[in-house]
Design a protein around this ligand. Sequence first.
Ligand code: GAP
Length: 457
Amino acid sequence: MKINLEQLVAYAKNHGFVFQGSELYGGLANTWDYGPLGAALKNNIKQLWWQRFIQENPHNVGLDSSILMNPAVWKASGHIDSFNDPLSDCKQCRTRHRVDHLVTKHDPTIDADGMSLEALDDYVRTHRLKCPNCGGHDFTPTRQFNLMFKTSQGVIDEAAQAIYLRPETAQGIFLNFKNIQRAMRLKIPFGIGQIGKSFRNEITPGNFIFRTREFEQMELEFFCQPGEEIGWFETYKKDSYQFLLDLGLAADNLHMRDHAEEQLSHYSNATTDIDYRYPWGFDELWGIASRTDYDLRQHQTHSKESLEYFDPESSEKYLPYVIEPSLGVERLFLALLFEAYQEETLDNGETRIHLALHPALAPYKVAILPLMKKKHGEQAVALHARLAKYLPAVYDETGNIGKRYRRQDAIGTPFAVTVDHQSQEDGTYTLRDRNTMTQIRLDEAALLQYIKEQCVF
Ligand code: GAP
């Protein structure tokens, strides 16, 4: 059985994955805290992205740039002038809405992204669009709303300088293009990837962790020779899609959406989104864009520093073109939970929930369970301590063994090791598989080796 969004939110809370942010004080809308299992799953997602796109990729290197940057960065990147969404307030119930969303909800065939503010406003009025909250038709004029979070830097209020929380991690990469190329003596083509928090004052956050104001991105900027960008764009489309399949998302639930020419941003010559089938329909998971030399050129112009690359082979100087695959950690987290969640009725009539995550993603790789706490507890505690040096392992001695298996199934632990009377005699243990529920008997060295092999990604 598959789960709906409401059920998933409850499941994620009850099992220690995601809690409402500031819950003790009534919450802060659309903020979420990641519990022990959520934090582990998030870390595993990020680690596997890093492994695939940085560690295993011969062209790419990593970066961790700061969230706060000189405000001039956002002027150059275009975020101060045009990182806007069109918004309008319902005069009747005072709720705020993204006008482009109201338009596409009314007619999904319309490309609202490409419409001017006036055209959107006109559409709302001529089609008498309804407020999704109260059904009213009376909206304030449509206006642009900048999505960047503004704050100030400096201890004395009067001297404080306005700065912004970064709305994407990408600009930190462009700023370090020259530093990294020189320090690491890199030759084009090469990529720089980073994972980090981004902030957007979204008008209509929602759908649990799908659209929030604070989120994490895994972004790669891949620098190549002009003219070669479309070949690399196709490579990254393919590699990104394959990464999702390898993590366990079903091809049926993924859709590559190529942007038509009229939908492309002014700086892009090709863009594709990989959409996932969330419970509310296909929606954007991963954006892959060919961004030409727009960002480097903007920073070169505004900083008055040359960002050109000297190609030692052709003895030419040029601004590299950029391919950017940009993926939200939480959107992938949500897709993986939906995909992995399984509910089945067993022969004995019991319901079994099991989270069929790839072992590399599972928060715990192994659970150590004494068959009987009094008799086998001491040996199980010692085994857990030894295994925990190599793998995330959890020890559980409460309740009957069947219940403990169910608990581990429900949080995606791929293996359960039971310590029983035979373990005391010959040092072997039963190893139970989460998906098949079958058991094999192995000694400590063999079971550690087996689990490690199964967790390879
Ligand atoms: N540097 C390019 C960039 O930021 P984007 O399409 O605005 O492009 C990239 O964002 C990805 O970041 C999206 O595909 C999505 O996975 C994630 N993302 C964007 N806004 C988000 C939000 N408000 N909440 C959660 N994830 C978000």
